[in-house]
Design a protein around this ligand. Structure first.
Ligand SMILES: [Zn+2]
Length: 202
């Protein structure tokens, strides 16, 4: 059984598609509906816990012009790695396999853990996951992040071998090995997502 989890999606995200509008809904403690266009052009909606979908979609329809304008802007901003060809992606995948296998072995030894195998995916949002059987998946796009953030993802996934959830105990495990994990995790959060390579430079 695969344990579905992603650290970027710790909040409750739901993907919807209605009348050809695809959007991600995040239920949050807030009073109004907020719409944001991500750097990849996705529609992210934040809404109060109990706002009905119908109401949310009415707001979306009303703002379609604004949404489309900002999606065009996002498309124009796309970086080189959004335009990689199949061959280049395969090269990146192999590089990711080597580098992430080495890092995982390194941290697993320090943490005293063993894992089953490592698989490299092409997921753009789910940068890492760990199954209950101990199989770890990493996205090849993880390579675009600074080293300190990559280490965080590796330790995060390994910590799931101890705690298969995102409880306080889980973060306690991470903290033992990466006391500055919160700083490292910031690189993976939205404000750094636009072009991680720029952020990676000192
Ligand atoms: Zn996790």
């Amino acid at each position: 059984m695969k344990q579905a989890e992603t650290f970027i999606k710790e909040k409750s995200h739901t993907e919807y598609e209605r009348e050809n509008i695809q959007y991600t809904l995040i239920r949050a403690k807030r009073k109004s509906i907020g719409i944001r266009i991500s750097d990849t052009g996705e529609i992210i909606v934040r809404a109060p816990q109990r706002t009905p979908l119908r109401e949310i979609e009415t707001v979306l329809q009303k703002h379609m012009n604004w949404i489309e304008k900002n999606q065009t802007k996002a498309a124009n901003r796309q970086t080189w790695y959004d335009r990689l060809g199949e061959e280049q992606i395969e090269q990146l995948r192999q590089l990711a396999k080597v580098r992430l296998t080495r890092k995982t072995a390194h941290f697993a030894a320090i943490m005293g853990l063993t894992y089953e195998k490592i698989t490299i995916t092409r997921a753009k949002k789910r940068l890492g996951s760990c199954s209950t059987k101990g199989s770890i998946c990493y996205s090849l796009y993880l390579l675009l992040y600074p080293d300190s953030a990559i280490d965080y993802v590796v330790v995060h996934e390994l910590a799931h071998l101890v705690e298969p959830n995102h409880s306080k105990q889980f973060y306690d495990v991470i903290e033992q090995f990466l006391p500055d994990w919160e700083e490292r995790r910031k690189f993976l959060q939205s404000e750094y997502m636009h072009n991680p390579l720029v952020q990676a430079r000192p």
